[in-house]
Design a protein around this ligand. Sequence first.
Ligand SMILES: [Zn+2]
Length: 99
Amino acid sequence: MSAQAQHEPASVPACWCCGRPYPETELTRLGQHPEIGVCLGCAVFLKRRATAHRDTGNSSPASRARGLIGTVREAVISRGWHEHGPLAALLRRIDRYLP
Ligand SMILES: [Zn+2]
């Protein structure tokens, strides 16, 4: 190890999806690629994307309900309602419990 490397700060792990730094304890590592870790928020996002992909071509009541919820979620996010205003906290709380 060089003298320069000894003085460099230890690298902080970051989420491979959003790029934000997180403590190692808050990252979920992939099984076959443990070098890749994602934060909880991105893991939930990836689950939603995977579920939407699975629902493609499926016309069950549950998949239609998830599709409707996803459409509403996208409309709310595109308008920025989840970040500002008096409805923001309520919308984020509702989103936590939606499939
Ligand atoms: Zn992330």
